[in-house]
Design a protein around this ligand. Structure first.
Ligand SMILES: C[S@@+](CC[C@H](N)C(=O)[O-])C[C@H]1O[C@@H](n2cnc3c(N)ncnc32)[C@H](O)[C@@H]1O
Length: 418
């Protein structure tokens, strides 16, 4: 490959979370070391070709990464004739690859990323003209998508609504310093699947459910492979359990609220009926209605690969409580988490992970209140993961918007030092 970079990855709005997922993904495919560059919302990675298939396949299991693709060639932005020729080569190659007798109209999208917006608009206009001229010459019916008066790239939602993955392709290019790098999108997160799954849920309780995307991220971060066993001791409506089942894991859910117990069972049943082919779904999950401080009643042997949960995060609050009240809430949550994790971790296999969400109250004076992570770890004989393998991410990672008053963060405990 002539390009300096071979793969691009577009990070989600929570960049640290996406980088954490990417780090786990690279570890999963067996990489010990990587060369990467971070640029705007993107990571450019040098990967050897034998990793490509696994890499793109595993992206489906992530919850926060937006898209990824190959980078094919690069050229100096000053050399206009040269880069225009490159665009044409790139276009011809992709048209050949993607057009067929079955496709009546080829759809082509453009994603041009540059810090200089005038330059980006010029490049978009030029590429658009090259596409129009070439497809007219070749009498190919082509539609260029996503270009309005002011340039806009397609969102993942539009990408799938337009059926672009079946009927065309997206040219992706980056203007980095003096170079234009040309590539093609190969994978985009599919929000339509999540929307369908959400609509298909038997029952929803918004105060007791983790979002599908976050649930997928948490399961992915556990690093468990298919057939592994995952426990969610605060299973709510079963969202995390379903994400685990989608990755062909086995799951145990516990919730002390009988209504949540019933709803998660309904949701899991509906999911199993819908996807019976996913390896005998019915035998792969169990849900219990009880307090998770008493896990010893249901867990028998040390066979858990991970505990993954968004637990009870305290009472529903519209505004921040006074610091004294907040202190009391955090103390009681810490106690609950210690009780549950101390029990649960006894059934965790060696090198098992606990992927956990904590509430964080942020005060305007900069004061931050959350349960004490170190104390939870020491009381449960666990270690706190402090950073990711790649990309220098420090944990905990904040979840939710920066300006939220009541926030959450993601932590990972391990029962052995990595
Ligand atoms: C934020 S929700 C969990 C969402 C869930 N992880 C999902 O995937 O949708 C928290 C849940 O914890 C449950 N809960 C609170 N205290 C509990 C306890 N001591 N034992 C078991 N479940 C508890 C609540 O009933 C609630 O359903």
């Amino acid at each position: 490959m002539s390009s300096r970079y071979s793969i691009f990855v577009k990070l989600g709005s929570n960049r640290d979370l996406s980088k954490l997922e990417l780090s786990v993904l690279l570890k999963k495919i067996g990489l010990e070391d990587i060369t990467f560059t971070e640029w705007m919302d993107y990571i450019f990675l040098k990967l050897s070709r034998n990793y490509f298939t696994k890499f793109f396949k595993l992206l489906d299991n992530t919850g926060s990464i937006i898209k990824a693709g190959y980078l094919n060639s690069e050229v100096n932005v000053e050399k206009e004739v040269e880069w225009k020729n490159k665009v044409k080569d790139h276009l011809v190659k992709n048209i050949d690859k993607h057009s067929s007798d079955k496709i009546k109209q080829l759809k082509i999208a453009l994603d041009v990323q540059a810090k200089n917006l005038d330059l980006r608009n010029n490049i978009v206009t030029s590429i658009r003209k090259i596409i129009t001229d070439y497809t007219n010459d070749m009498k190919i019916q082509a539609k260029i998508l996503g270009i309005k008066k002011t340039y806009s790239q397609l969102s993942p939602y539009q990408f799938y609504k337009e059926n672009l993955h079946r009927r065309g392709f997206e040219i992706t290019s980056f203007v980095v310093k003096s170079k234009i790098i040309f590539g093609v999108t190969n994978w985009v997160t599919n929000p339509l699947l999540d929307i369908k799954q959400d609509e298909g849920r038997q029952s929803r309780l918004f105060t007791h459910g983790t979002s599908i995307k976050l649930a997928r991220t948490l399961i992915f971060l556990s690093g468990v492979s298919s057939d592994g066993l995952v426990l969610d001791p605060f299973c709510g409506t079963g969202t995390i359990l379903i994400e685990a089942l989608k990755q062909k894991m086995q799951t145990i859910g516990v919730d002390k609220d009988p209504k949540c117990f019933r709803i998660s069972k309904e949701n899991l049943n509906a999911f199993s009926l819908k996807y019976p082919a996913k390896a005998k779904m019915k035998d792969k999950w169990t849900v219990y209605s009880q307090d998770s401080s008493d896990l010893v009643k249901i867990l028998k042997s040390k066979n858990l690969d991970a505990i993954v949960t968004e637990p009870y995060l305290g009472p529903f609050l519209k505004d921040l409580p006074l610091t004294e009240e907040a202190g009391e809430i955090m103390k009681s949550l810490e106690k609950l988490y210690i009780n549950v994790l101390r029990e649960g971790s006894k059934f965790l296999k060696d090198n098992g992970k606990i992927v956990f969400i904590l509430p964080v109250y942020k005060y305007p004076n900069g004061l931050e209140m959350k349960p004490n992570v170190e104390r939870i770890a020491s009381q449960c004989s666990l270690h706190v993961q402090e950073r990711s393998k790649f990309f220098h991410i420090s944990l905990p990672v904040q979840i939710g918007r920066k300006h939220n008053v009541i926030n959450r963060c993601l932590i990972i405990f391990t029962n052995q030092l990595e």
